[in-house]
Every structure is written in C-alpha cells, then in structure tokens.
Design a protein around this ligand. Structure first.
Ligand SMILES: Nc1ncnc2c1ncn2[C@@H]1O[C@H](COP(=O)(O)OP(=O)(O)OP(=O)(O)O)[C@@H](O)[C@H]1O
Length: 271
C-alpha cells in the first residue's frame, strides 16, 4: 500500500527552489535511505515526505495519519528527566499517563536506556538523547518514522547498537531516514534515494544481505568476552553476553568462544 506519492513536486522558499521535480512513491513497510552531499536537499525531501514542508507546485498525496519525526539535533538543555520528557511528549499526542508509562518501559528496554529514565536529559550522552528522540516519535504509533541523520555524532559502538535496535524494532514500520553513513544505509535500508541540487538523481532497491551476527553465549567469566574481536558486547547477566560480530568474522569468534569453554545459546542474523 502506497503511503506517500509525489508527482513533479517542487518546494520554493524565499523565492529559491530547494526541491525540484520530485516524483516518488513510498509503500508501507519500506526502509528508505535518502543520501547525497551536504546541502543537496536530503532534510528538505524528508520534510516534504512528512508534510512539514508543503509543496509549492506539483502533486503530493500522503496516506498516513501519524508521522514520527526525529530531528537531526536533539534540543539542548532540556531540564526534564528522560521519563518526564517522554510522558510530556506522549500526553501532547493525547495518550493517557498509565498507557504511556507501560510503553515507555517497553521502549526503554528495547533501546537499553532503562537506567537513564530518571536522569535529566541534559546529563545524558548524545546516543541516549538520540534514543529518547526516537522513543518520543514511536510513542505516537506512527505510520511512518522519519529520522534526520540519526547516527551523526555517535561513536561506532553506539551507531551499531542504535542500528540493531532500529532494525529489530518492527518489520512493518515505514522508516525514511537521511544518512551519510554506509553502516546505516547498508544495515537498515532496502531502498536508497540519492539527491543532488534538490533533485532525485537515483532511486534504487537494495539487495538485502545479512551483515551482522548476534551471538548470545554463556561465558565462564567476563574477561573472555573482552578478548573477542567484536563490534559490540552487551552483558545481559553476569555470565550471559550478547556479542555482535560481522558475519565474515563469526566462525572465528564462535570457535574462540567454544575453545574458551563458553556455551552458545542463540545466533541471530542482523542486517
Ligand atoms: N528553510 C529554508 N530556508 C531557506 N533555504 C533553505 C531552507 N531549508 C533548506 N534550505 C536550503 O536548501 C538546500 C538544501 O538543504 P537541506 O537541509 O535539505 O540539505 P541537506 O542535504 O539535508 O544538507 P546537510 O547534509 O548539510 O544536512 C540548502 O541550500 C539549504 O540552504
């Protein structure tokens, strides 16, 4: 089902055309990356898709009622604690407090930020704030989630963690994001749109390839996990770890874990 359709749409601001000749359809469930150089029009196209920019000419149809939007920069110096902020944002969208508290707890677990729910946002790391931005957008049950450069400024481990959380969150959710990082484009997108000078110059479906493997293992002690060449290690319990590795390295890592007396509990393929 098509949820966004544009036919030769144009956006003019202060007499300057910032988007030209945009003809594009997005279907429910697609994961679309918008890429291009700085100033090429990525954020503007994202805003046109979400309805934050109305087209100046051409036709645009949006068959979506709720849009979750995560801007490039999380607002600085928010004095609220994480949970207070999420409650406030959810209430502004008409949700009840009791429902919101339950949902915030679930998302906090998915995005691994439960420990920060009572931390003032201004004291949270960039990655944690970015996750708060994504959760506030998900709390409204969006038909489409729009993310403006969600990985910018995050270190590699946090980028991989956020990517895994986004990729595993919900297969049916439509996600459109702007990005420069191949990590995010390769890891999340099934379609890549390239813009230059406010025009779409390429629109390609991607071959979906599993890129990462997540190994859940029971380890005799935590130091073993530290010796494993991984991208990310997450301690679930004292002796249970979740290790994210590139698929190409996973046989080597599995052999090393087994030789060190670890037991493998689960193997999950991730994009
Ligand atoms: N509200 C606005 N008023 C005037 N010009 C604008 C406005 N929004 C965007 N532009 C111009 O449109 C062009 C595209 O901007 P946009 O932010 O969409 O690019 P981008 O590809 O997202 O850039 P970046 O990678 O640097 O974030 C730029 O030249 C920008 O100056």
């Amino acid at each position: 089902m098509i949820i966004f359709e544009a036919d030769r749409a144009r956006k003019k601001i202060d007499g300057i055309n910032i988007l030209h000749d945009i003809s594009l359809c997005i279907s429910r469930g697609e994961k679309v990356a918008i890429t291009g150089h700085n100033g090429s029009g990525k954020s503007s196209l994202l805003k046109l898709i979400g309805g934050f920019y109305e087209n100046t000419s051409g036709q645009v149809k949006r068959i979506m009622s709720k849009t979750g939007y995560v801007p490039e920069h999380f607002p600085e110096n928010i004095r609220f604690k994480m949970q207070e902020y999420l409650l406030l944002m959810g209430k502004m969208n008409g949700k009840s407090e009791s429902e919101l508290i339950k949902r915030i707890q679930i998302y906090a677990e998915i995005f691994a930020i439960t420990d920060f729910l009572n931390t003032p946002l201004k004291n949270c790391s960039k990655g944690t704030k970015q996750k708060a931005g994504i959760i506030q957008a998900l709390l409204i049950d969006p038909d489409i989630l729009l993310l403006d450069e969600p990985l910018t400024g995050l270190d590699e481990a946090t980028q991989v963690e956020l990517l895994n959380e986004l990729a595993s969150y919900k297969t049916g959710l439509t996600i459109v994001f702007t990005a420069h990082e191949t990590l995010l484009i390769d890891g999340l997108a099934d379609r890549v749109i390239t813009v230059a000078n406010g025009r779409i110059i390429a629109d390609e479906k991607k071959e979906i390839k599993e890129k990462y493997r997540c190994i859940k293992a029971i380890v005799p002690n935590q130091t073993i996990a530290l010796e494993i060449p991984s991208i990310h290690i997450h301690y679930l319990e004292e002796h249970t770890v979740e290790i994210t590795v590139l698929c190409d390295h996973s046989d080597e890592v599995l052999t090393k874990l087994l030789e060190s007396g670890c037991s493998i509990v689960e193997l999950i393929e991730k994009r």
